[in-house]
Design a protein around this ligand. Structure first.
Ligand SMILES: NC(=O)c1ccc[n+]([C@@H]2O[C@H](COP(=O)([O-])OP(=O)(O)OC[C@H]3O[C@@H](n4cnc5c(N)ncnc54)[C@H](O)[C@@H]3O)[C@@H](O)[C@H]2O)c1
Length: 428
């Protein structure tokens, strides 16, 4: 039997943990177009914080012909004798909230230059149903002259990792697999089964696997939108939303969702992929898009609530000072892409409020490049007119907020992490 050699295309939040896991058993060539990322990884540094230096250094190898290990490179030629290619590149949305598959097509083109008879190409990037077989396979067939299920095979295995979550790591999350033929599906399933301790679920088709992934995140988005709407209603009623949810959760089948900002590049993005496909087929998806609208409105809503509270506390809004605790799109994760905290900051700045931002996980240079914001280097030693807990990073849970307080300071805890029950802390 031919030895398995896996090429991973795109070494980000998804590709690196997957590549590392496979490399404990197989030879893996990890390819990324970003040479800076490759240079860092080769020094044992993963700026996404998903893999620690020790675990990364343990698998790194300088020899792509080794029996097993992870060889990181931005040289496409190093991929050429792989027999499995796994594509884990970003699938974002554009400015009009339409799927942007350009990186996926580019990665497919790249693999087309390498694929040989008998090879497997597996997609992990989130897409709408049909992308693998109807959009990517034709690119490969056209560029190579090879035929699907005769000369090469494809599969789709969606990633379910949760960045920053050190409990549900890639090996511990049941992995959905699928393939272009029965033989391919079984081969692909066996490959994942050999490293995923949580096991696999072989879906009945590639389109089913693609659809399952996109609805997992769409369902979450809609459920969060529902509690966000509840939060707006209960604020009008002057009832504490968190108390209501806590009470309702005592019923066995009440679903546990919390209100908040929905950012990042999965939950706030994937529903648009499904919506686009639905629209193409003549169906206008009402619930999916309503959920998106509600969740996207939350930054403005929270901003206006903060300003109202400040006015009630006799704070002059113009030139007031607000401390924003957290910028990244989720807790314990440095990823600032598509964070909705930035919308909240921009909203406050429209009122000429000075906003200091402290996030000990986010990269200062990236934040400046992306948002033109200089992060504070350390916890500030000054008093503020308002303090906003925007992200539930672990360190913020024990932070003594009284150090920032004047007698009329507004504290707004979006993430409900403060334990104080006194009414001076406003929660979403
Ligand atoms: N981050 C998550 O939590 C998560 C979870 C499940 C699924 N996903 C999906 O997985 C996919 C990847 O997401 P991610 O968070 O890992 O993205 P990421 O931005 O962290 O990483 C992607 C990497 O791909 C590289 N890249 C881009 N184009 C390339 C190309 N043509 N060739 C080689 N490398 C290329 C980038 O330089 C980057 O390092 C997306 O479709 C995303 O929706 C992400």
């Amino acid at each position: 039997m031919e030895e398995i050699k896996i090429g991973i295309i795109g070494l980000g939040y998804v590709g690196l943990p997957l590549g590392r896991l496979f490399s404990l058993k197989y030879m893996v060539v990890g390819y990324d177009i970003n040479p800076t990322r490759i240079a860092q990884l080769n020094k044992g540094i993963d700026l996404t914080n998903e893999i620690n230096s020790e675990d990364l250094e343990y698998v790194l190898t300088k020899n792509p012909s080794d029996f097993r290990g992870l060889f990181c490179t931005s040289n496409i030629n190093e991929l050429k004798d792989c027999n499995y290619y796994i594509i884990t590149v970003p699938t974002p949305i554009d400015h009009n909230k339409k799927p942007d598959l350009s990186k996926l097509y580019k990665a497919t083109q790249l693999v087309s230059k390498l694929v040989n008879k008998g090879d497997y190409i597996i997609y992990e990037s989130t897409v709408y149903p049909g992308v693998t077989e109807e959009e990517c396979v034709p690119i490969i067939e056209k560029n190579t002259g090879l035929k699907l299920n005769v000369d090469f095979y494809v599969g789709y295995s969606p990633e379910r990792i949760n960045p920053g979550d050190k409990t549900h790591t890639v090996d511990k999350i049941l992995k959905v697999t699928s393939g272009s033929s029965q033989k391919a599906a079984l081969e692909i399933d066996n490959l994942y089964k050999s490293v995923i301790t949580a096991g696999t679920y072989l879906a009945s088709s590639i389109k089913v696997a693609e659809a399952a992934k996109v609805i997992e995140n769409s369902q979450r988005d809609i459920n969060i939108a529902f509690v966000n709407e509840l939060s707006k209603i209960f604020n009008l009623l002057n009832i504490d939303t968190n108390e209501v949810l806590k009470t309702a959760r005592t019923k066995w089948n009440f679903l546990d969702f919390r209100p908040g900002l929905v950012g990042g590049h999965c939950i706030g993005v994937d529903p648009y992929y499904l919506a686009q496909k639905a629209e193409e087929l003549g169906h206008h998806p009402e619930i999916i898009l309503a959920g998106r609208r509600i969740n996207d409105s939350m930054s403005t809503y929270i901003g206006s609530e903060i300003i109202k509270l400040m006015i009630k506390n006799n704070i002059l809004i113009k030139n007031s000072n607000v401390l924003m605790l957290g910028l990244s799109f989720k807790e314990n994760c440095p990823d600032i892409r598509n964070t909705k905290v930035i919308d909240l900051i921009n909203y406050l700045k429209e009122y000429e409020i000075n906003v200091d931002v402290y996030d000990y996980l986010a990269s200062n240079s990236e934040t400046f490049k992306e948002y033109n914001i200089n992060l504070l280097d350390e916890i500030p030693k000054k008093k503020y007119d308002a303090v906003v807990i925007a992200v539930a990073h672990n360190k913020f849970k024990d932070l003594d907020l009284s150090q920032f307080k004047k007698n009329n300071t507004v504290i707004y805890d979006i993430k409900n992490i403060t334990t104080e029950t006194n009414k001076s802390i406003k929660k979403l």
